[in-house]
Every structure is written in structure tokens, then in C-alpha cells.
Design a protein around this ligand. Structure first.
Ligand code: TYM
Length: 381
């Protein structure tokens, strides 16, 4: 979906995204202050990713809250196409989804699309994508989900239970719609043409409203879902969309697993983190100390500042102070980078501890937790 100097599709984000414009292009709605306050009034606090507008856009979030207040509840759904190692940007939707689950106490379904990854990339074998699924699931569990209310499933394992619903969905979608929505052509393999129906299935796992926290790049799937859901007797899925954590190397596009210097992986050790930030983190500061003292930094393009703002500095007063000092030239590029290195390494150390513990918990999320057991017994027809 090329527009202006940027484009956002499920496989690629290019250029400096104009998020306000994207809301108009995609036909979504901005999350208003009123809506944010409504969430706060229900759950008693506001997640920084909501307050700082990392989650900035939605569809039917107001209806989800209305259902909640009326006692109908709702459920959460998100997912991941597994790859060799997740980066910190991938954690954004999972951390936020886990927070929503803790606050609302609702079920969460997490689809691991080992099939999608295999079919989309000529170079990957199915053994690889299934292995990566097992590895990525540990990082996802480490975000803090409730094992009794969360079901994590790999498409290649759970397909039998999904298939009846998947073919009902597939029968409603034409090749020309899918082709236009995802930019496919007649040389695309037929697996990837069918795949959107599998990403839509979990939106219909319960007969109440589904809320999907995810990056806005996944939006095309939900547009198709909303066209057909009611005709199958389900709700149109609601979404809450996030912006992208920019790559280390500059404020354009999104962090990508395939460009190692653009990303911090969850497995990067402290020395690697320090080296990457110091060497690659794109700076909005001035080239010399004298100039920085005189002119200060441009926060709009400074990646260390944006990472702190989006993710790693949750304290509003502290981020305000960092922004002010860096912008005025009181703080130097090396100093803000050092703050980020410490924050990142702190986060990663805790993440690794949680990931270790997750190794004992995989079976609960996939097969043995309350929701998992229920889901294996249920054929979605
Ligand atoms: P995948 O694996 O590309 O991405 C997983 C999730 O991470 C988000 N994301 C990011 N968020 C912030 N900053 C970034 N730099 C960044 N990079 C990726 C994505 O938007 C996504 O939410 N087809 C899907 C898998 C899937 C799915 C779903 C995703 C299946 N069902 C339901 C979301 C909701 C995929 O390829 O995700």
C-alpha cells in the first residue's frame, strides 16, 4: 500500500510512516483521550504504551468496552510468524496483550503461524519454522500470560480443529479480494492464497467480541474478517493497533529480523547491546560536542530517544527530563545512548530469567492449561 514516501504491508514497512494519515488510509479510528480515560476508569491505571500513543488506532474498542461493562466480556487474540530469534519490537504487542489480560482477566489466544512463515519464504524448511515456533513461544510466555486463560497454538498442530471454520471463511473470500488486499499475483503459491482464512479463524474462537492488539501492519487481515464475520454468525473483530519500534539504524521503516544491525534481539548479551547501540543507533544529536551544546538534538529522528519513549523509560517525569536536556544540548548523544544501554540490558536480563522459567510452562500453554484443554476438545464448526 504505497502512499507518499512510505508503505505499510504485513511483510514490509518502508519509509517514515505518517500514522495520522495511515488512520485515514486504513479507515481506522484514532484512540481518543476519552477512550483512554475510559480504560483507566475501568482498570484503575493506564499502560505507558497507551498513554504515549504507541497504541494509537483502533476499530470498535468502544464497543469492546461497552460489552465489558454490560457483562458480556470479550477475548483477546494476537500472533506471531516464527523466525530465528525475536527482536524487542516483536515484544510490544505481547507485553501489551498480557497487560490487558491481567487487567480484564480475559482469555488470550496466540496463533503461531509456522505454516505462513514456511509458505512465504522459499528458503525456509518446515522443520526450521516449527523449531523457531518452539523457541519464540518461550519469549512470548515470558511476557507474562496466565496459563489457565491462554492458549498458544501452532497452526501445523492445531489445524484439524481450525479446519471446519477455515473452509467456511475461505468460501466467502475470492481470489481477487485476497490478491488485491495482499498484493499477490497468479504466480503466488496456493498455500499463501488460502492462508488469510487461517489468520482469521481465531477471531471466531468465541461467540463474543474479539479484540486484537497488534502492529498496524496486520490490518489487511482484519479488513477481510470484518467483511465476512457477521454472515458467518460472528462479531466483526475489534483491533487496537500499535506503531512500529523503528530500526536502530534510522527512524524509517520497522525493525527487521533480517537486518541484524537494525535490531536488538532478545538473545543479545550486554556487550553486544552496548556495541550495537554505540555503533549503529541513529542519532538526532549534532556531530560535535560543541555543536550539540549549542544546537541540541532533534528528537523526532533520534532512535535512542524514541526507544526510551516508546518502550524502555516508563517514568513520565524522567523521559520528560531526558527529552528536555537532550533537546537543549545539556545532554550529549553518548549519554542518552548509555541510558538506553542500561535500560535495555536491564529489560533483557529480566526477560531471560522469565524465559528460563517459561521452559517449564510450555505444556500448560499449549496442551494442559484450562483453556488449552478446552480448545483441544473443541472443533470450531
Ligand atoms: P509477525 O511475526 O511479523 O509480527 C508479530 C507481531 O509483532 C508486530 N511487530 C512489531 N511491533 C512493533 N514494532 C516492530 N518493529 C514490529 N515488528 C513486528 C506485528 O505487527 C505483530 O503484531 N501474520 C502475523 C502472525 C499472526 C498475527 C495474528 C499477528 C497470526 N495471527 C494475529 C497479530 C495478530 C505475522 O507475520 O506477525
Amino acid at each position: 500500500m504505497a502512499e507518499g514516501n512510505y508503505s505499510v504491508t504485513p511483510w514490509e514497512v518502508k519509509g517514515k510512516v505518517d500514522y495520522d494519515r495511515l488512520i485515514i488510509q486504513f479507515g481506522t479510528q484514532k484512540i481518543t483521550e476519552e477512550l483512554r480515560q475510559e480504560i483507566r476508569s475501568i482498570v484503575g491505571e493506564m499502560h505507558p504504551m497507551l498513554r504515549r500513543e504507541i497504541f494509537f488506532s483502533h476499530r470498535d474498542l468502544d464497543l469492546v468496552l461497552k460489552d465489558w461493562k454490560a457483562g458480556k466480556g470479550f477475548f483477546l487474540y494476537t500472533g506471531r510468524a516464527p523466525s530465528l530469534g525475536m527482536h524487542i519490537g516483536h515484544m510490544i504487542p505481547f507485553i501489551f496483550t498480557a497487560w490487558l489480560q491481567q487487567k480484564f482477566g480475559v482469555n488470550v489466544y496466540i496463533e503461531i503461524t509456522d505454516d505462513e512463515k514456511f509458505m512465504r519464504n522459499l528458503d525456509y524448511t518446515l522443520d526450521q519454522t516449527r523449531q523457531w515456533a518452539l523457541d519464540n513461544i518461550l519469549d512470548i510466555i515470558a511476557a507474562g500470560f496466565d496459563p489457565d486463560k491462554t492458549f498458544i497454538f501452532q497452526d501445523t498442530e492445531y489445524i484439524r480443529n481450525m479446519y471446519p471454520l477455515a473452509i467456511k471463511i475461505a468460501k466467502k473470500l475470492t481470489f481477487s479480494e485476497v490478491k488485491a488486499t495482499f498484493g499477490l499475483d497468479v504466480s503466488s503459491n496456493i498455500g499463501i492464497i488460502f492462508y488469510p482464512s487461517l489468520q482469521i479463524v481465531p477471531t471466531m474462537f468465541e461467540k463474543r467480541r474479539c479484540l486484537i492488539p497488534a502492529g498496524i501492519d496486520q490490518d489487511p487481515y482484519w479488513r477481510l474478517q470484518r467483511d465476512i464475520a457477521e454472515s458467518l454468525g460472528y462479531y466483526k473483530a475489534a483491533q487496537i493497533h500499535s506503531k512500529f519500534l523503528p530500526p536502530l539504524t534510522g527512524p524509517e521503516g520497522k525493525m527487521s529480523s533480517s537486518i541484524p544491525e537494525s535490531a536488538i534481539y532478545l538473545s543479545d548479551d550486554p556487550k553486544t547491546v552496548e556495541r550495537k547501540i554505540m555503533k549503529y543507533a541513529f542519532s538526532g544529536g549534532q556531530p560535535t560536542i560543541e555543536l550539540q551544546r549549542k544546537l541540541g538534538a532533534n528528537l523526532d529522528i533520534d532512535v535512542p530517544y524514541q526507544w526510551l519513549y516508546y518502550f524502555f523509560e516508563e517514568d513520565d517525569e524522567r523521559i520528560r527530563k531526558i527529552g528536555e536536556e537532550y533537546k537543549s544540548g545539556k545532554m550529549l548523544t553518548g549519554e542518552i545512548k548509555q541510558i538506553l544501554v542500561e535500560k535495555l540490558n536491564n529489560f533483557l536480563e529480566k526477560h531471560r530469567e522469565r524465559r528460563e522459567k517459561a521452559k517449564e510452562m510450555v505444556k500448560d500453554f499449549k496442551y494442559e492449561g484450562k483453556l488449552a484443554v478446552q480448545m483441544w476438545e473443541k472443533i470450531h464448526e
